[in-house]
Structures are given as C-alpha cells and as structure tokens.
Design a protein around this ligand. Structure first.
Ligand SMILES: Nc1nc2c(ncn2[C@@H]2O[C@H](COP(=O)(O)OP(=O)(O)OP(=O)(O)O)[C@@H](O)[C@H]2O)c(=O)[nH]1
Ligand SMILES: [Mg+2]
Length: 311
C-alpha cells in the first residue's frame, strides 16, 4: 500500500523545509524514488510538482553562485566588454591578451565575467568580458544583477555588436545598463566586421547616431590596434614618459586626467614632489623640445617629463 498522496505531500514538504542547493536536490530525488509511478492522478501531480522543485532549486543554486561574482581589479583601468551573445567578445579578449578562453559560434559560450590584461602603449589595462546580459537583467533574469554588479565597478564600456545583426539586440543590452543606472564612457565595437559587407556597417552607424563606432576584426591587426587606442581614450588616463639623465624610460606612467608636473614627480617619489624645482617637457604639452616648466604645468597624454632636482 503506497502512502496516501496527501500524507506524502505533507511528508515531502516537511523534509524539504530549510534545505537548499545539493542537499535539496538529493532530498527531491529520494522523494521521487519513493513516489508510486502512476502516470495520472494525484501521484502524477506530485511527481510534476517535485520535478518542478528540482528545476527551481537548480536555478536558485546558480543565482546564489552568481551573486558572488567578483573580478579582482588589475592594471591601470578596467574596461568591460558588453554585448549580445556570440558577437565575439571572448575572441577579442583572446586577440588582445595572453589568456586562453573558450570561443564558439553559439550563444552563451562564456558564463562568468572573464578578466584579461592587455598592454596599451606600455600600460596594462584590464578588459573584462561580461557575458549573458540579456533583456530583464535588471530584474535578475539570467543572473543579471550580479553581472550588472560587476559592470558597475568598471571604468568604461565597450559595447560589442555585429554590424549585420539586428541593432535591437544591442539596444536591449544598453537599455538594461541604463535601467541599472550605470553611466560610463563607452564606444561601440562593430565586431566580426570581416564577415559583413560595408553597407551593414553604415546601417549600424545609422542605428546608433552620435555613438563612436569602431569596426573590429580579430583577423585584422590594424583594427585591433585602433581598438587598443580607443580603449585607452576611454580610460581618460594620461601616459607620461619619464626621463632621467637624458634617458627616457620605455614604459610610461599612467596618471589621472588633470595631472600636473607635480603629480608626475609624486608618482616617482613623494620626497621628490616636495623638493623638485621644475621640469623639462617634450611632446604635446611642450611649445618646444625640452621646454622648462613649473610644477603646476598640466601634462597631456604622450608627454615626456624630466624632473629637475635641486642642486
Ligand atoms: N570571422 C570572424 N569570426 C569571429 C571574429 N570574432 C569572433 N569570431 C567568431 O565568432 C564566434 C563567437 O565568438 P566568441 O568570442 O565566442 O563570442 P562571445 O561574444 O564571447 O560569445 P558568448 O560568450 O557566447 O556570449 C566564434 O566562432 C569566433 O571564432 C572575427 O573578428 N571575425
Ligand atoms: Mg564569450
């Protein structure tokens, strides 16, 4: 004699109270095993309910997992790659860094944010692929809240879209970002552009008037180079080359916008910032090579600075 179905339902509910994750899945499985195998009637309804519980538990487990998504910040700035699935975000990450990442010609290849460091003009910048941002993300669809949580800490966004795709796909993603009240400097990368005719690019431009759009193909090194420069522009940072005793260091320092010669000195050593008398400057800020400037002289991206120490 099987347990009466009402009793079974009571027992099942009691056994599930307070259980989550794998514990809950195991209990549901056990209950399913104990259930008489009738195809119709109240026992069949109970089976359906338990199977539904199994799915709901699995989804919840994923969400719990995703709530704790974290990307450790590295490099001078963090730039997020955001866009519909399968537009080539991972491929771009791979083309610009040393990381090995799964790419595939189908959606949702990447399931979690993936960081990678890329070197731009001698400065390391962190790129982060934010996968799976879909319509309804702000309501946590697809674990969207945790993904938006990661995006919130980025310094800028590269939206990725295929020129031949329906612009509505990207617009839906942008809408979620806006709904989450995330407002960051951004550009649009027209990805996989070797696959689409020039007319498609024009259509993308027409669909997003006023946005900066960069055609990118991982097969075209020149496009990757202009991508790097655009990313650098998004950071707003200033690259300053330091010169000591007539030698310029190959790797620049990255400074926040609005920095002055005094900030350059400070980036070398606090004591130097306190004691230096002035500087010589080359590059965009200089009226002529090696111009002598004071400590409050603003610096620009690409300047070379030699701090003059007191005699
Ligand atoms: N021809 C060409 N194919 C590309 C380019 N970039 C990516 N692909 C291909 O496009 C497919 C999707 O690339 P992924 O990098 O996995 O795309 P994704 O945006 O990371 O996708 P999800 O993680 O699933 O959202 C792969 O088959 C890539 O090989 C490109 O510039 N040119
Ligand atoms: Mg991917």
């Amino acid at each position: 004699m099987p347990m009466p179905h009402r009793t079974f339902a009571e027992v099942a509910k009691r056994r599930l109270v307070g259980k989550e994750g794998s514990d809950r899945v195991a209990t549901i499985r056990a209950l399913l095993g104990e259930l008489p195998g009738y195809r119709n009637g109240p026992y069949a309804d109970l089976r359906k309910w338990l199977e539904g519980e199994l799915d709901r538990t699995r989804v919840r487990a994923k969400v719990v997992h995703r709530d704790s998504l974290q990307v450790r910040r590295e490099g001078a700035a963090q730039i997020a790659l955001v866009g519909p699935p399968n537009v080539g975000k991972s491929s771009l990450l791979q083309a610009l860094s040393q990381i090995q990442i799964k790419t595939g010609d189908f959606p949702f290849t990447t399931l979690r944010p993936v960081p990678a460091l890329t070197r731009i003009g001698g400065v390391l910048v962190q790129l982060v692929e934010i996968p799976g941002l879909i319509e309804g993300a702000t309501e946590d669809r697809g674990g969207g809240r945790a993904l938006l949580g990661v995006l919130r800490f980025a310094d800028a966004i590269v939206y990725c879209a295929r020129p031949s795709a329906d612009p509505e796909e990207l617009r839906a993603v942008m809408r979620e970002v806006e709904l989450a009240e995330i407002d960051l400097p951004h550009v649009i990368a027209a990805t996989r552009s070797d696959e689409s005719p020039a007319a498609a690019l024009d259509e993308l431009r027409a669909a997003f008037p006023g946005e900066r759009i960069l055609p990118i193909s991982i097969l075209d090194d020149a496009s990757l180079e202009s991508f790097r420069e655009a990313v650098w522009g998004l950071t707003g940072l200033i690259r300053v080359y330091l010169r000591t005793n007539g030698e310029t260091e190959p790797e620049p320092a990255a400074l926040p916008p609005g920095s002055t010669v005094a900030d350059v000195a400070d980036s070398i050593h606090h004591d130097l910032a306190a004691s230096f008398t002035g500087a010589r400057i080359w590059g965009p800020s200089a009226r002529f090579d090696g111009q002598k400037v004071g400590r409050d002289q603003p610096v620009q991206d690409g300047d070379t600075v030699e701090i003059l120490k007191p005699m």
